[in-house]
Ligand binder design. Structure first.
Ligand code: F6P
Length: 491
């Protein structure tokens, strides 16, 4: 079974003498000003949640956008800071972006164009030339920062996600670098992708990688199909390799995961039980059945759809009024983008309407925790939720599902999981819940509420076994083992 130690051993066997560099947009630790002090925050991001334990085990340098208001005060003259702040294990190198750069590259091309393009959830992508130009410039800036950090050392560079699709192309010339990239979101079919006016540039950037990873094989196949349709390249479907202009890129699935042991142990701390009790009191829960949704407020997560399904559940099975409470905890995200603002409003309005429609003097069906919650509170919520709902319209993997399972050391709790998440392939013991089908979804909620203890345990045990075995260290080890097979200077 893979764990921190086996990953460390692998890294020292395969990577000793090489510099290990991770590059992402989002940084794992953000410094902000709060009540006259500098505080360190951990972002609500699947990417950073997954990679921080890997970096703690491997050491190295993580290059990311310094987005916090107090970030500049905390770095040295080379823009570096040792993290995690309380027990440093690796170096965070911050990259500074102007407001305009952040607007064009992050909000613009990454999140108004590529995000909706890759998630088929019926939000139209917006392709603006200015955003594209900024995206190109910022990707160049990240690539230059990598080159500066690496110097003439041999390095493995591990690029993350859709914000940095062009970076590998800029690095491929350097003979001392082996580059891999993990695409944390889905890759759509060629029909959907071909509307992107800069598809060739993006594909060329990605083919700068020696190794390109997606969560599931289906996304690898979509990628190969896209290459086949969009550009001239040799696609080897047996070996899952693409050759273009003499360069070869291997394309592989690596289902991302969580640090199972850590989450499992964390949930057993006495402080979690105390937090559960204090939440129950604060939220006046009594002994109701608790449902939980835990998301970034994003239109791909199917939040309105789950609220509507809960509404339908209360309409159809009115005997549950007063007996079930749904807690929606959500961190606002990408709020400068119009569709996200509209979604926040939609969620607020829906909750108000549903609460107005069903509530009594002593009971309110939905509790909305619309704030950044401490990790302890998040663990307590997962521990106390009788069922957890992950209803994404489309999702590369979805780590909320795996976190819920890993926290349930008591082997209780029911997971309702959208079949449009990568996680659903690994967790067939969840109740498959189509977010587009409100009546079916409402019935799934009923099934979760009524599921007998022995059945809950049977399913949870199997899901936990799956996440325990396929944990984040296995994900990293699989990618690192594949990466270490490449020779430096290889085309
Ligand atoms: O899953 C895709 C992703 O962009 C990840 O990179 C990240 O974990 C998450 O969404 C959060 O997004 P952001 O970094 O925009 O807050």
């Amino acid at each position: 079974m893979w764990n921190k130690n086996t990953l460390c051993d692998l890294v020292s066997e395969k990577m000793s003498g090489y510099h290990f560099v991770v590059v992402s947009n989002r940084e794992p630790y953000i410094h902000v000003h709060e009540k006259g002090e500098v505080r360190c925050q951990v972002p609500a991001s699947g990417l950073t949640t997954a990679l921080d334990p890997v970096m703690r085990a491997c050491g190295g340098t993580w290059i990311a956008h310094g987005s916090g208001g107090a970030d500049r005060e905390m770095v040295d003259e080379k823009n570096r800071i040792a993290v995690p702040p309380k027990e440093p294990k690796y170096t965070l190198r911050r990259v500074w972006l102007s407001k305009e750069e952040e607007a064009g590259y992050y909000y613009g091309f990454s999140n108004e164009a590529l995000w909706p393009l890759c998630h088929i959830s019926y939000t139209r992508p917006e392709f603006k030339e200015d955003d594209w130009n900024t995206y190109y410039r910022v990707n160049r800036l990240f690539a230059n920062t990598v080159l500066e950090e690496v110097g003439d050392k041999k390095a493995f560079v591990f690029v993350q996600d859709y914000h940095l699709a062009l970076v590998p192309g800029f690095l491929r010339e350097a003979g001392n670098i082996i580059t891999a990239q993990f695409w944390h979101i889905p890759w759509p079919n060629p029909e959907a992708f071909r509307i992107c006016p800069w598809q060739t540039e993006i594909l060329d950037g990605l083919l700068g990688n020696h190794l390109l990873g997606f969560h599931i094989r289906y996304h690898c196949n979509n990628f190969l199909d896209t290459i086949d349709r969009a550009i001239e390249a040799r696609v080897d479907r047996e070996r899952y390799e693409v050759q273009r202009r003499g360069l070869k890129t291997a394309v592989r699935p690596y289902p991302i995961s969580v640090d199972f042991d850590e989450l499992n142990q964390e949930a057993q701390q006495p402080s979690v039980e105390e937090e559960v009790q204090s939440l129950k009191k604060r939220l006046e829960l009594g002994d109701v059945v608790v449902g939980l949704g835990l998301d970034r407020i994003d239109y791909t997560k199917g939040i309105p759809d789950r609220l509507k399904a809960f509404d339908r559940f209360l309409e159809r099975w009115s005997e549950y009024r007063g007996k079930v409470v749904f807690i929606q905890a959500g961190v606002p995200s990408r709020v400068h983008i119009g569709v996200y603002k509209a979604l926040n409003e939609e969620v607020d309005n829906l909750i108000e309407e549903i609460n107005w429609k069903h509530s009594s003097d002593h009971w309110k069906p939905i509790i909305y925790l619309r704030e950044k919650l401490r990790p302890l509170t998040l663990t307590a919520l997962r521990r106390m939720a009788n069922f957890c709902v992950v209803s994404s319209l489309h999702d590369g993997m979805n780590l909320v599902a795996k976190e819920y399972v890993a926290n349930r050391f008591d082997e209780d709790g029911v997971l309702l999981l959208s079949p449009f998440t990568g996680a659903s392939r690994e967790l067939p013991d969840a109740i498959a819940t189509n977010p587009y089908a409100t009546d079916h979804f409402a019935a799934a909620i009923k099934e979760a509420v009524e599921m007998p203890l022995h059945e809950r345990k049977r399913r949870m045990r199997r899901m936990r076994q799956m996440v325990r075995e396929n944990n984040i260290y296995k994900w990293a080890s699989d990618m690192i083992s594949d990466l270490a097979r490449f020779e430096f200077g290889e085309g």
